[in-house]
Design a protein around this ligand. Structure first.
Ligand code: ARG
Length: 560
């Protein structure tokens, strides 16, 4: 399409001496032609001419240069039908080992932050989406030539530590074999106790929590040790779950890494007049000039750091030490306003890097009554490990237990991830096990199966001696060829707003198109040239589908 656009542009320039960016769109399969262009209508006003007349002139000139059938349709559309051979030649010309990727981000560094879990609790489904979305954003940036540094911005300061430290003292059985699940229980119990205390207008327990927080911030040895221990239990668990999800980050710089830098920055910007101190000693940043009338609280009255303080320190670190041009935060929609404030503050302080809040909706489930609700279990939050166990169980039930364990995992995780990308990330997703793990419909397994099938065909034909196919017409291949030719443009376009659902949509369509293709174009029974041509195409489709699925963090099983 890009090339067509260029050609029409040159043609218009030479005919009329005008610079114009022609609009080209793909034509639905049921209509004649492959692409349509409305450039004649765009020009009609400027030239004071009938659009059909203009279209006819353009068609006459273009036909000399393009191996395509051009026709004028309706009020002045130019329909362009390209031959299968032409499309095949284009694909062959453009094909590289890294087909689909481009270098538009060359020389630029992006810091992508995910899944940023809070280490006080076991990994829950609430932190599934930042992991899948963040990972995919990273892959997408890399495919567009960016250098990406990924960072798991652990929630390791603030009240959770204090809550846990107090609870640990009260509930601990044998300190040596405490697991993340014990810590999770302690946390939940403490939260309930704190709530009851607040309702009774008391604050003894809450004070204790605050006290631990201050001790930690002051570097008190016992607090630091507890925090370290807590962290190592959490990290071990987190790495296990991330491993199962097939995601990992380069850095694990928790909020605690940025307390000092953040507090120093607060002092500096206070002195510079960018921040203001309230009578009670708390510090705020006014954002009215950015259309936000709620100031951002930068430091508590007792001088302790807040979430925003560490995020400020972290932003400065990422600009100064990492040299990032862009920071992508994979964090849910609940924090939209917070990030609007943070980004406005960054502008106010003259921080130059670009910030992007990669937000997404909740994971919902169907209640037994069939109503959509936020995902939960009888026990409360759903643990990600439980979700993965359940997914693996369903996959081995659906696909036969003779599958290799590794393949079961790939299908289970692929199914969950794909469901995350089916719709625009800004909407909530519905976790419907009946659909997600099905081999039909818009599912991960459907797309994975399409690729497994292509690889099986290629393997079956591995010994077949390929011959020259220059005379083959590639007519039956046109729909697939057009999709493959469009893929690089898709990768380049979706990175702007991280529209991963468009990649998922592409995977699904390509998988469907391949199924149609086998019906229309048998491979093994064809003559040698045809068979060679078709295998050539299957190889390319396999590479593109696997690449697209990889952008979503989805792997191809060996068998299914
Ligand atoms: N840990 C936070 C949460 O689970 C997300 C952290 C987001 N990143 C940040 N730099 N504030 O809600």
């Amino acid at each position: 399409m890009d090339e067509l656009q260029e050609k029409i542009k040159t043609c218009v320039k030479s005919l009329y001496g005008l610079e114009i960016a022609p609009n080209i769109s793909a034509v639905p399969a049921e209509l004649a032609g492959d692409y349509a262009c409305n450039v004649a209508m765009q020009l009609a006003g400027k030239l004071g001419k009938n659009p059909r007349e203009i279209a006819t002139e353009i068609v006459a000139k273009m036909s000399e240069e393009l191996d395509a059938e051009l026709t004028v349709a309706g009020p002045g559309f130019i329909n362009i039908a390209l031959s299968g051979q032409y499309l095949q030649k284009k694909l062959a010309e453009n094909w590289t080992e890294h087909y689909g990727e481009n270098q538009s981000g060359e020389g630029k560094v992006a810091l992508v932050e995910f899944p940023s879990i809070n280490i006080a609790k076991p990994y829950s489904v609430g932190h599934l989406r930042p992991g899948t979305q963040g990972w995919s954003a990273k892959r997408l940036l890399e495919a567009n030539g960016w250098k990406v540094v990924s960072d798991n911005h652990l929630g390791d300061v603030g009240t959770p530590f204090g809550i846990w430290a107090v609870g640990f003292g009260r509930f601990e059985k044998n300190a040596d074999d405490v697991t993340i699940y014990d810590l999770g229980k302690i946390y939940i119990q403490m939260k309930a106790d704190l709530k009851a205390e607040a309702e009774a207008n008391k604050h003894e327990l809450a004070d204790e929590v605050q006290n631990w927080l201050m001790r930690l911030e002051a570097g008190d040895e016992e607090a630091v040790q507890l925090s370290e221990r807590f962290k190592s239990i959490s990290l071990k668990h987190m790495h296990e779950v991330m491993g199962r999800l097939g995601i990992a980050t380069d850095l694990e710089m928790g909020e605690s890494c940025f307390v000092e830098r953040g507090k120093d920055a607060v002092k500096k910007y206070l002195a510079a007049g960018k921040f203001e101190e309230n009578d009670d000693g708390s510090v705020i940043c006014r954002l009215d000039e950015y259309g936000i009338d709620v100031p951002m609280l930068m430091q508590k009255s007792n001088g302790t750091a807040l979430y925003a303080t560490t995020d400020l320190g972290c932003l400065l670190y990422r600009e100064e030490e990492v040299g990032a041009d862009l920071v992508v935060y994979a964090v849910g929609a609940e924090q939209k306003f917070y990030f609007e404030q943070l980004f406005a503050m960054a502008k106010k302080l003259g921080i130059k890097l670009n910030c992007y809040h990669l937000w997404y909706g909740t994971i919902d489930q169907l209640s037994p009554e069939g109503k959509r609700e936020k995902m939960s279990s009888r026990k409360g939050v759903v643990l990600l490990e439980d979700m993965l166990d359940d997914a693996e169980k369903r996959v081995s039930e659906n696909f036969g237990s003779e599958l290799e364990a590794d393949d079961i995992k790939k299908i289970a995780v692929g199914a969950i991830k794909f469901s995350d990308f089916v719709a625009d990330r800004k909407t909530g997703i519905l976790y419907d096990p009946n659909k997600i793990f099905a081999l039909t419909g818009q599912s991960g397994p459907f797309c994975q199966y399409a690729d497994v099938r292509m690889r099986r065909i290629l393997a079956k034909n591995a010994d077949f001696a390929r011959v020259d196919f220059a005379d083959y017409d590639f007519e039956a291949e046109k729909p697939v060829l057009k999709m493959l030719l469009d893929y690089p443009r898709l990768v380049a376009n979706v990175v702007e707003n991280f529209e991963m659902h468009k990649i998922a949509g592409f995977c699904f369509e390509l998988a469907q198109e391949m199924n149609r293709y086998y019906e229309a174009a048998p491979i093994s029974r064809a003559d040698d040239a045809t068979r060679s041509a078709r295998l050539w195409l299957v190889e390319r489709a396999d590479a593109v589908l696997a690449h697209a699925l990889d952008l979503l963090g989805i792997e191809i099983p060996t068998r299914m």
